[in-house]
Design a protein around this ligand. Structure first.
Ligand SMILES: [Zn+2]
Ligand SMILES: [Zn+2]
Length: 442
């Protein structure tokens, strides 16, 4: 099979006269001819029909029954044919936002697919973010910590920094037995010094469980309660059993006289039931189809409004020949008509700054070139104020001023000669806003 072109041999569909044709890949190929000469028979009834037929063949017999079946076209052989889509001539509304994707509705299907299946990578820590329910979290803990001892808990923010005694009293009232402060497991009914302040994030232990299948219900219950008290966040810390000296062993920590405490090094798993990174708290928008459409304000890159490119003044066009001097006319739009006034301004300001006006522009020092193009900017003053105060507006200021006059037809025509499309610097042509681009399929 050829990879450089589609090769058609012996096409006889409808009125095609047993023709052979090679169509290159990755090129725009136009088929022309008189009415009735077989353009559609080749494009739609042979190439598209065969591409679609082969595509449908790749599905299971069960799925195939729901898809449109196409008859095999009358042709000896076609090689190098990729899956095909056809856009028929129609009077449907086309805008500058129409693409093959929107016209064929493929873009609509992709939007739904991404909203349902795309996974998100946190830009801060690189971990995958996906909201999980208590059952899914339980499954993951059972797998990742099989046979281990774990502490399940949640973290409570203490923005007002109450005294630890007050915080513990409240928790005790709510039925919580233990908190974990600075790597130390403490009971809520232990006496605490009067002046001890609660940490900014108080870690509350929901339960201590050995991760084995028979404890599944208890683990799931602990995770569910922790999610509820922790506003959708839960942590699972690995622990170890240590022998209790002196004190009476605690009944719920396994065979006495042992108790379960967190490992001295943190070996923590965190989960979230919302679109929040459980490790650094970064919040994300819930994926919706609109987020995956660059024709929707929610999904579109704000800088280019989803076009992937921006149209801007191209200074290569405004100063096309930089071997010219300033006096010799390096700034092209200022060499005739009313704009000659700008040329006079330029000469005046160059004299003031000591910029040579008879040397080739390309030989001037970078600051001089910058001065000519960018002008001078005075802190806190607008372009108009700068101009009125006799300041230098630059080629840039001139174009900015012209852009306020685009209600005049001749100005629009004038500007179009100096504008060029540039790949959008914000999305680099991807058309989507930054948050959308964090999602990937698979
Ligand atoms: Zn993160
Ligand atoms: Zn953009």
């Amino acid at each position: 099979m050829s990879s450089s072109h589609i090769s058609v041999r012996g096409a006889r569909q409808h009125n095609l006269k047993n023709i052979d044709v090679d169509i290159p890949h990755h090129r725009l190929t136009v088929v022309t001819g008189l009415s009735g000469s077989g353009k559609s028979s080749l494009a739609f009834d042979t190439l598209y029909a065969e591409g679609q037929r082969r595509y449908v063949e790749t599905f299971s017999p069960y799925t195939r029954q729901f898809l449109e079946r196409m008859d095999k076209p009358d042709v000896d052989r076609i090689d190098g044919l990729p899956p095909a889509i056809a856009i028929e001539q129609s009077n449907s509304v086309k805008t500058s936002r129409s693409t093959v994707g929107t016209m064929t509705e493929i873009a609509d299907h992709l939007k739904l697919l991404f909203a349902r299946l795309a996974s998100l990578t946190c830009p801060h820590c690189g971990r995958q973010v996906r909201p999980l329910g208590a059952t899914q979290i339980t499954d993951q803990v059972l797998e990742a910590r099989a046979g281990r001892e774990v502490l399940v808990g949640f973290s409570l923010p203490m923005p007002n920094r109450p005294s630890l005694a007050a915080a513990l009293a409240t928790l005790k009232q709510q039925g919580f037995l233990r908190v974990w402060i600075n790597g130390e497991l403490r009971r809520t009914d232990d006496p605490v010094p009067e002046d001890e302040i609660a940490p900014p994030l108080l870690r509350v232990v929901q339960d201590r469980v050995t991760v084995v299948a028979k404890n599944r219900a208890r683990l799931a219950e602990a995770i569910e309660s922790a999610l509820r008290h922790g506003h959708g966040q839960v942590w699972v810390e690995e622990g170890e059993r240590v022998k209790v000296k002196g004190k009476k062993a605690e009944a719920d920590a396994g065979p006495s006289p042992f108790t379960l405490i967190p490992l001295p090094f943190s070996n923590e798993l965190r989960f979230s039931s919302a679109w929040v990174c459980p490790y650094d708290g970064t919040e994300f928008r819930e994926p919706s189809p609109a987020l995956f459409s660059y024709n929707n304000p929610q999904g579109a890159c704000p800088a280019c409004r989803g076009f992937g490119r921006t149209i801007e003044i191209d200074y290569e066009r405004a100063l096309p020949d930089r071997r010219l001097s300033i006096r010799g006319g390096v700034v092209k739009p200022w060499q005739s008509g009313v704009s000659l006034e700008c040329q006079r301004d330029l000469l005046k300001h160059c004299a003031r700054e000591g910029i040579p006006i008879d040397l080739p522009f390309c030989d001037l020092k970078p600051w001089m070139q910058k001065f000519v193009i960018e002008g001078e900017r005075r802190e806190g003053s607008t372009l108009n104020e700068l101009w009125e105060a006799g300041g230098w507006y630059g080629v840039k200021g001139y174009f900015q001023w012209m852009e306020t006059k685009t209600y005049k037809m001749h100005v629009r025509v004038f500007l179009s000669r100096y504008r060029a499309y540039k790949t959008c610097p914000t999305c680099h042509g991807a058309r989507f806003q930054p948050e959308t681009l964090l999602y990937k399929l698979g």
